[in-house]
Write a protein that binds this ligand. Sequence first.
Ligand SMILES: Nc1ncnc2c1ncn2[C@@H]1O[C@H](COP(=O)(O)OP(=O)(O)OP(=O)(O)O)[C@@H](O)[C@H]1O
Ligand SMILES: [Mg+2]
Length: 441
Amino acid sequence: MSIRILTVDDREGIRAFIKDVLESDGYGVDVATDGKDALLQLTKAEYSLMITDLRMPRMDGMALLKESRTRYPNMPVIVLTAHGTIHNAVDAMKMGAVDYLTKPLESPAVLRDIVRSHLPNPGLTAAAARVDKDALVATSKSMVSVLAMLDKVAPTDATVLLTGQSGTGKEVAAARIHAKSNRAGQPFVAVNCAAISPSLMESEMFGHERGAFTGATEQKPGRFELAHNGTLFLDEVGELPLEMQAKLLRVLQEQKFERVGGNASIEVNVRIVAATNRDLQQEIANGAFREDLYHRVSVFPVHLPPLKDRKEDILPLTRHFLVGISKKQNRLLTLTRDAENALLSHHWPGNIRELSNTIERAAILCTPPRIDAADLVFATQTKSSAPSAHGGTEAVSLKDMEKEAILNALKDTDGHRKNAARKLGISLRSLYNKLKEYGID
Ligand SMILES: Nc1ncnc2c1ncn2[C@@H]1O[C@H](COP(=O)(O)OP(=O)(O)OP(=O)(O)O)[C@@H](O)[C@H]1O
Ligand SMILES: [Mg+2]
């Protein structure tokens, strides 16, 4: 089916620009001049997406959005906003608009990217693609195929093993598998195998009877029991002590276990999703992971690629985080071209988590509504960037980041310390203290 897009604006120039750009990308584009006109148009054809201005005669964009959310809840709506109507754009997103474009429209490339990121991914059903928009961004080819795999395996009961470096989205992938499974209404229970001390592990997993050990004053169900009929997410499964691995293997084979201190056998029906950032084959070779358990959990392996190998996701992810921040802070933030380039050339050893943190910091440091390259304080240095005080690719300390933020603030305010302190959200006095501490004149 070909993709049809409806563009609503009272200004001829804007309608023509959007129509030209999107038609040259092969979409079918219809236009409407105001909300009333658009509602009529929406009854005549099926649209995959609507782009609407907010201020229009007869029926404005907000009223159109409200009406279309009720009548066509699956159709994503992008709003057009001028600088003066920024609060309206935020309100529109709270009412269900998926994104915004700022006027004057910057470039065909921006329009294209945003439209594409809200159209259903090829290979996914429209309904499936809609759910993603809230949680999982996938623009690059490799992530689109990861998403397709997650959605294929979700409705089965197969055990899934998610692998990938730290911060690549293993937990969001696990949540999605559950959300797209027949168990969606049932519990999703996560266990971080690295965070539970070995002595408590067994009772955490399988529960205990009253009096099973000192301090066990009540009977307590374990995570397996809590996840009955739902999904159990075994995060950092590579960190499990060998002894626990043996116990886990038995439960996976038999789907039953006993609580600590009890002998009644408890049967559960759980779907297992496991995750690790370790190379389990290597762990097996080292004798740290049981091969039989590996075969049990890796029935359906899914690998989440590092962010540096899927650069097409960087800007869509950034936008996703900015939209979230904009909703919370009631202001829209956009990136300068320099900032975009800086994000694209960073090598992201901390993956999406690092990106999300970088954007969150930039939103605090920037002068709204623009985020500039200077507002991007990377926790790690980009290989290609000029050598700096802390060079290399090692993670830098919080202190270094603070120092960098201070230097940037001073640069942006032309050395005006009072303004720099305000920008940093600290008192002038603490700025002086910090300058002294870091030996900045
Ligand atoms: N595709 C995505 N779309 C939107 N947000 C994402 C995506 N992937 C990851 N994130 C976000 O990035 C952050 C890190 O993701 P997540 O916690 O799932 O990583 P992880 O692989 O489990 O990392 P770790 O191994 O360190 O536990 C989270 O805030 C998550 O919401
Ligand atoms: Mg995780």
